[in-house]
Ligand binder design. Structure first.
Ligand code: FAD
Length: 445
């Protein structure tokens, strides 16, 4: 790898070569997994390039192609499976310099890929709009990182995940070739960059749909048992007239780790964390009557500085536990929609005190079901594999968060054929985040 020649070719694109900074930024949140932690802890890029414009992105991409240097895009660095960790060194392309909103109109916006999610929402909300969904890392992650590395989150109870048709309108990408091209992928074609870990092009801009920005009321509700919380969550999720953004049942074994929120979580009782649109609150409370006790109710106040309740949900639930107990890890499950509560009850009974339940209600292909991110008391890799196998045997899909390739992390154990096809078109030398799409064999040398 001729880095001196590459550096000369980068011209005045800002570059960081300090090994301590480069090593630090070559990491993400893979340490949630003891298995990935052992595999990825020593990986590092050789330098960081921080383009400020799409023209500079093109310059970095062209230079990497000409000098055959690997290029891994990094945004907020909040991925959980080493998505942004460069396995083969080379350039870490920090995309956060591209953060402008290009335009907005009612129901849609076009934004540069490195824009922070909370900045986008803060800019849209005065116009009465916000992104349809965001990960629980809204305060630290970017739009492009969410689309390239994430799946869904707060808002998915109404709109489903990013994979649902209509949840990404378009993407603009830069290819990694000696003379890079800029390609616009629209509608279905934009799915080729969704959760591809930046292996199918450098995303420079995204067109995303927007949803009405309601006044969201955050609630914590205590229930006698976890299944009571799940049963109510399902009823609320199925109530299409009640406008909500979040329904997250959490087991009583997890809430003692909830720091500032502990006072709203009575010991021994399960909690359901919810975000409900203010005009729907009365109907929500009517549905709840006699089933659970509201222990916290306040308007969301993220931009005013209070920690948002969604930072106790999705993969933040695991983080809250990890803050005091670094021995735990987690799983990512998808429950069958047609026997949801039976499956939840069955899996909970299978691993008492070992797999601590936490559900997220979502829509998936038009049906209401649950994604689950249970906290796992980790013992050995073999036991973790056994727990995964027992879930799958019971019809609960696992997207394994303890592997770093797209194939192994997918529910189907293979990469999407369209993504593999685009990879051949845009990355002929296999330089984009090498090692993450293992089905891909570069055609060119
Ligand atoms: P990064 O981590 O920097 O990058 C993610 C991937 O996208 C990498 O492969 C990177 O190479 C690629 N990439 C980034 N930008 C571009 C670009 N412009 N072009 C091409 N490729 C690019 N995920 C969810 O889906 N839902 C959640 O609710 C959720 N909660 C989380 C909670 C915690 C506490 C943590 C640590 C993670 C969570 N995640 C969640 C995972 C992660 O936060 C999301 O995937 C997030 O959106 C990643 O954004 P980022 O800007 O940090 O991207």
């Amino acid at each position: 790898m001729n880095l001196a020649a590459l550096l000369a070719d980068l011209g005045d694109v800002p570059v960081i070569t300090d090994p301590a900074i480069v090593r630090k930024r070559s990491r993400d949140f893979f340490w949630y997994s003891p298995i990935l932690n052992a595999q990825l802890a020593d990986k590092s890029a050789d330098l960081i390039a921080a383009p400020r414009t799409e023209a500079e992105v093109i310059r970095v991409a062209g230079a990497c192609a000409r000098h055959r240097v690997p290029l891994t895009v990094r945004a907020g660095g909040t991925g959980n499976y080493g998505q942004a960790v460069p396995l083969e060194g080379g350039v870490l392309l920090d995309i956060t310099g591209l953060s402008a909103i290009e335009w907005m109109r009612p129901g849609a916006l076009r934004v540069q890929a490195g824009a922070m999610l909370n900045a986008v929402d803060a800019a849209m909300q005065p116009h009465g709009w916000e992104l349809r969904m965001h990960p629980s890392t809204r305060r630290t992650a970017t739009v492009g990182g969410f689309v390239a590395g994430g799946s869904g989150g707060i808002g998915s109870v109404t709109y489903g995940g990013l994979r649902e048709p209509g949840n990404i309108h378009a993407a603009r990408i830069v290819t990694v070739e000696p003379e890079p091209r800029v390609i616009e992928l629209r509608a279905d074609a934009a799915q080729k960059i969704n959760r591809a870990y930046g292996t199918t092009g450098i995303i420079t801009a995204l067109e995303m749909p927007l949803a009405p920005a309601w006044e969201w009321i955050e609630l914590v509700i205590a229930f006698d048992t976890f299944l009571d919380a799940a049963r109510f969550g399902l009823d609320a999720a199925l109530s299409d007239g009640i406008v909500k953004k979040l329904l997250s049942p959490v087991d009583a074994a997890i809430t003692p780790y909830f720091g500032a929120l502990k006072s709203a979580c009575p010991p021994g009782r399960a909690a359901l964390i919810a975000m409900v649109a203010e005009p729907s609150l009365e109907s929500f409370k009517t549905l709840l009557a006699g089933r659970g006790t509201i222990t916290h109710e306040a308007p969301a106040d993220e931009h005013g500085g209070r920690v948002p309740l969604y930072e106790y949900t999705w993969n933040h639930t695991t983080l809250q536990v990890l803050k005091t107990d670094r021995s735990v890890t987690y799983l990512q499950c998808l429950y069958p929609h047609d026997r949801l509560l039976e499956s939840v009850a069955r899996m909970n009974a299978m691993f008492p005190d070992e797999v601590l339940p936490h559900l997220e209600f979502i829509r998936f292909a038009g049906r209401v079901t649950c994604s689950a991110l249970p906290v796992v008391r980790y013992t050995t890799p073999e036991r973790l594999d056994e727990i995964i196998a027992l879930h799958e045997a019971a019809g609960v899909h696992i997207a394994n968060p303890h592997v770093y390739t797209l194939e192994d992390g997918s529910r189907y154990k293979r990469v999407d054929a369209d993504q593999l096809g685009l990879k051949h078109e845009v990355d002929p030398y296999g330089l984009l985040n090498p090692g993450k799409m293992r089905s891909y064999v570069p055609a060119a040398a």
